[in-house]
Design a protein. Structure first.
Length: 314
């Protein structure tokens, strides 16, 4: 039987010539209908996997009153239930079923309380003619719809369900933040500023760097070398070889230039003798600068081996 129109429960039940109900009990998940009647009361408690007829029953329409709570298991090849899903019955529920060989189709289901379920619904109809009203699903909308984006991002596209929709968007760039934000520095260095994105932000900082956090930022550890510290201090050193005549000068060029000030310069002149070495210093001339200095030997030390020097500044 092919259902192709809406089913009226009262008309269907009234059109059937009902016999006296016969009580039947399922076995091993199978409910067997007999030729004794077309109206049955189903007893038992087990789940129902299939409804079949006995040897004398192969087709027809039958009414079953469920006398106990059961689970009817949907099967596309044996037990076609409305909604294409398992059904749980309650005591007193009534169903109308069509038997066609080994396949049973549920035509109508009337719970004790609730709305009649009919096979002529969009979710269970097998043909277009069997469906009334709007379809439960479709490959395409009857009327394409426009999907639009408004606000800071705009765009639109037409969608009818036949394919995915991709919308090209246009964004509005903000000239500045709606609410300006404060950017703060905390810790050894502090400072803050207000930023709204309309321009660059420069923060004036203040603070004291602890000596325990000093570290070397750059250095060269050769004979003539230097070391720069994280607080800006620069240490430099070097060696000038050879003897220096009395009242002659020794010029020193610092490996790197001090940026601001030189506050310490010292030297040691090494004298070599027959049996010993004697260290003495040369006089620093007052014309020292950020790039170098000059020493003068005021006592004759022609047999000296050279002069060590060091300087500090920033």
């Amino acid at each position: 039987m092919s259902v192709n129109q809406a089913i009226d429960a009262s008309k269907m039940l009234g059109a059937l010539e009902l016999a006296n109900p016969v009580t039947i009990t399922s076995e091993s998940g199978v409910l067997a209908l007999t030729a004794d009647s077309n109206c049955f009361i189903a007893d038992g408690s087990e789940d129902i996997n299939s409804i079949i007829g006995d040897s004398d029953v192969t087709e027809g329409i039958y009414i079953i009153t469920w006398n106990t709570a059961r689970t009817l298991t949907y099967s596309s090849s044996a037990l076609l239930l409305i909604g294409q899903a398992n059904r749980t019955t309650a005591i007193g529920d009534v169903g109308v079923y069509q038997l066609n060989g080994s396949v049973v189709t549920e035509l109508l289901f009337q719970p004790v309380s609730g709305k009649v379920s009919s096979a002529a619904k969009a979710d269970t109809a097998t043909t277009a003619e069997a469906c009334t009203g709007n379809a439960a699903s479709a490959t395409q909308l009857a009327t394409a719809r426009t999907i639009s984006l408004t606000g800071d991002v705009t765009g639109s596209g037409t969608f009818d369900g036949s394919a995915d929709l991709s919308i090209t968007t246009t964004g509005v760039e903000a000239a500045k933040l709606t609410t300006a934000r404060t950017i703060s520095l905390t810790g050894a260095v502090t400072g803050s500023g207000t930023f709204d994105g309309s321009g660059d932000l420069s923060i004036t900082t203040s603070g004291t760097v602890s000596t325990s956090t000093l570290y070397v930022t750059e250095q060269s550890l050769g004979t003539n070398g230097y070391r720069k510290w994280s607080d800006g201090m620069i240490e430099q050193w070097g060696y000038v070889s050879g003897g220096v005549a009395d009242d002659s000068t020794v010029s020193v060029t610092f490996p790197v230039t001090f940026s601001t000030k030189v506050f310490y310069i010292n030297n040691q002149y090494i004298e070599s003798g027959a049996t010993s070495y004697v260290a003495s210093s040369c006089t620093l001339k007052s014309n020292y600068s950020l790039t170098g200095c000059t020493f003068i030997q005021d006592t004759y030390k022609a047999n000296g081996t050279g002069l060590f020097w060091e300087a500090k500044g920033y």
